[in-house]
Write a protein that binds this ligand. Structure first.
Ligand code: ADE
Length: 369
């Protein structure tokens, strides 16, 4: 039976679950105008490497700030699973990038006392990639597949019996000599993550016992996340400065931590021991992040809609062409936060800028543009 081992190697983490590192391309093509942006929630290749311990990630549910409903559901599921000594039911986490789906998978593994193998669907190109990962899983381990909506059909079909019956159905040989062999797998938990739950096939979606959405974070939770990160980075951050970072991070912890690092740079270069709101403002203005967390590409989108299309309605493809942007990036990366802010609406006839969006463009919070 030709089973070839998985693409990644699992190395023990310093004190936590072991992880399998794989390339983590952005969930959509992060190219285009927003690729280099400080407030693009898609992880940059140079940050948050999952194969290395990222000091800012919470490791336990108790340290994970926000997402209270999700935590409550998972806390109960983990506790019940542990008492039954079973593998946790498969979990699908969906929501915009940067909200902590990978972090939650690692937290789950930590809570279950098992290691977490991390990969992403684009890395599972050949059948042997997914087969290698599955056969190497130990009982109750967590397999995290990022961007699971991008899984190809063959990989998806290998997953069905694996998820349902912890069984691998393999075809051995070719043509008339081809036979199907089944191989028992260790009971495991698949944690799938996606920014596009609607793009998952229903047979795959139906095999997840827990399907949970991650929400944008509120101001209070973000302030707490920024304060926690500042503590870990040994920064003297005043509460008003934490509030300022929280206001500008688009409800997204990944962006909050990224902004905080840029503020730290400015503080270090300027020799500022204590960081106040004015310093945050100075640092983020440098990166053209405005008072509500919009960057130049957000403002370009809103301005294009107002100036060229009278505020809309206007189609996604038209806007993408006008901005020289990829429509998928526009839809998955730029739009969600503008929708969340109520600056943009999607209607059956196209996108429209709301009065709040227009007011922001004309107002003082947009001065960094
Ligand atoms: N860092 C990033 N996300 C976090 C969260 N949800 N809680 C605590 N720290 C975080």
């Amino acid at each position: 039976m030709a089973i070839i081992s998985s693409g990644g190697t699992a190395a023990p983490g310093p004190a936590g679950p072991r992880r399998t590192a794989s390339p983590r391309p952005g969930s959509v093509d992060p190219g285009g105008v927003c690729a280099g942006s400080l407030v693009n929630p898609v992880a940059r290749p140079d940050e948050e490497p999952v194969h290395r311990e990222d000091g800012l990630r919470p490791r336990r549910l108790a340290d994970y700030i926000g997402q209270s409903e999700l935590k409550q559901v998972l806390r109960i599921a983990v506790e019940a699973t542990r008492s039954r000594e079973e593998a946790l039911d498969h979990v699908l986490l969906y929501g915009p990038p940067g909200l902590g789906k990978t972090t939650m998978a690692l937290v789950l593994a930590e809570e279950l006392g098992v290691r977490c193998r991390i990969t992403s669907a684009p890395a599972l190109e050949r059948p042997r990639d997914i087969v290698g990962l599955l056969v190497n899983l130990q009982p109750r381990e967590v397999l995290f597949i990022d961007e699971i909506h991008r899984l190809n059909r063959v990989a998806e079909e290998i997953l069905y019996p694996a998820m349902e019956d912890f069984r691998l159905d393999l075809t051995v040989g070719k043509g008339t000599t081809a036979r199907t062999r089944s191989l028992a797998l260790a009971p495991f938990t698949l944690v799938g993550a996606t920014t596009r739950a609607g793009s998952l096939s229903s047979p795959l979606r139906d095999r997840f016992g827990l399907i949970q959405r991650l929400e944008f974070y509120g101001q209070g939770d973000l302030e707490a996340i920024v304060q926690r990160a500042a503590g870990l980075l040994h920064l003297a951050l005043q509460p008003c400065a934490a509030a300022e970072v929280a206001r500008r991070c688009r409800g997204t912890p990944r962006i909050a931590n990224r902004l905080l690092r840029r503020v730290r740079d400015v503080a270090a270069v300027g020799g500022h021991g204590r960081i106040d709101a004015a310093l945050v403002d100075e640092a983020l203005a440098l990166h053209r992040v405005d008072g509500r967390g919009l960057d130049a590409s957000d403002r370009r989108l809103l301005s294009l809609m107002v100036e060229a299309y009278g505020g809309g309605p206007v189609g996604l493809e038209t806007l993408a062409a006008g901005l020289g942007e990829d429509p998928a990036t526009l839809e998955a990366v730029v739009e969600p936060f503008l929708l969340q802010l109520g600056f943009l609406q999607r209607t059956p006839r196209g996108r429209i800028v709301t009065p709040a969006g227009r007011a922001h463009l004309d107002g003082p919070a947009a001065v960094a543009a």
